[in-house]
Ligand binder design. Sequence first.
Ligand code: NAD
Length: 457
Amino acid sequence: MADSYLKAVNSGVTKTLAKKLGLPRPAVLRRWAPGQPLTTGPVLVVGGRPGVEDDADRVAAALLGWDLDVRQVPAGSTPDPALRWGAIVAVMTEAQKPTDLSETVLAIGANLRNLAGNGRVVTISRATVAGDAPALSATRNGVDGFLRSLAKELRGGATGNGIQLTEAAQVGDPSVLAALHFFLSSKSAFVDGQLLEVGDGPSWDATDFDWTRPLAGRVAVVTGAARGIGADVARTLARDGAHVVVVDVPAAGDSLARVANEVGGTALQLDVTAPDAGARILEHARARHGGLHVLVHNAGILRDKLLANMKPEKWDAVIAVNLDAQLRINEYLLGANGFSENPHIVSLASTSGIAGNRGQTNYGFSKAGVIGHTRATAPLIAAVGGTANAVAPGFIETDMTASIPAIARQVARRASSLQQGGQPIDVAEAIAFLASPGSTGVNGQVLRVCGQNLVGQ
Ligand code: NAD
């Protein structure tokens, strides 16, 4: 699904014209390719206190370990105008009161003009917890509004995201570093203005870990994988080393078989609303691949109607596929002890389930329901060393969104900080991150992949 406007404003005479007319000019986003450096230039770490070994030094040391060119500059210094930062990482974990952060945020500001196209700003702070003193709670929550506003000021494909550590987590924890790695990389191209809470989570061995194949030896099931986002999820999980089972309705059997062949996996023709769907998924994964580690609930449908015109069959179909099927399959797999060690469930929600959308009461209910069951499943699956998270895409270029009327589609594309729709691969990369051992400290969270859609939060 090509965005012809995006192409036009980035090439030839139409680029010059768009510039002259002051039209929105969405940037071409940098996406992951094999062998690509993690960032496009040196990384500036701000927030450290001179002469004291602190969290900023620990973050800088971790970044050096990834062979990045890392700089920490004295507060108030002016950057060399020729310098282009690949990323600015702001460490804010030790702030106790709002004024403690002034120097750090102003240091980010002083360097923003030097941020490269497709650059990254990542804040690392602490999440508020019950019992925080008012000044501490204000400081920690302030980062939320700061980051979301800053992300809206970035241009040229640059993004701003934040990591919020829970009480037990430390900046050097593998899960915190994995989240930082994801936000710095081009794998998070369409994730913008988001804050992800990271806890210490169940431990996993990061020594000798192969970051290029984080899912090696894992078995992943992806529903609705015959096309669109699901097909790209299957490709991405296979790229990361997983054995993949692709699931879709029998009517999509041919395309499903093509995806299965492409990823070297197996196909299971199954309507996820079938009462025995959970049992059939488990049976297939065990018989063909010896276990089940990752489950991606991606199958979903739209049946848009204003509520005043809603027919029971439209309401019921959306709830059955998008929500009830996920609930039933999870209940079966958790009840039957069906998951292998360190399982990860990732469910597709939607920004419509967060902000609401006219004509989508059924879809909005189902997607908000997904967020609800994800939060409730998190502690249940943590008990067996696993995680349950949701990914909420905004406008993604697929067959599903191609069915939206042309003008509404153009409006939806421009209504984000990145002024364009995302690609299925953007959602797939976020899912692959949440399915990997590196994300064990992320549980019960909703990660939006929406280019900071201006609707809702
Ligand atoms: P799509 O329509 O292109 O693909 C969905 C797939 O799910 C199809 O292959 C379909 O056959 C399959 N499916 C439908 N009902 C099924 C059932 N009962 N059993 C098994 N498979 C079934 O959709 P997409 O755009 O790739 O969306 C994938 C997911 O992402 C959905 O859950 C959707 O709600 C969500 N999402 C998409 C967007 C977007 O902008 N495209 C935005 C937010 C959320």
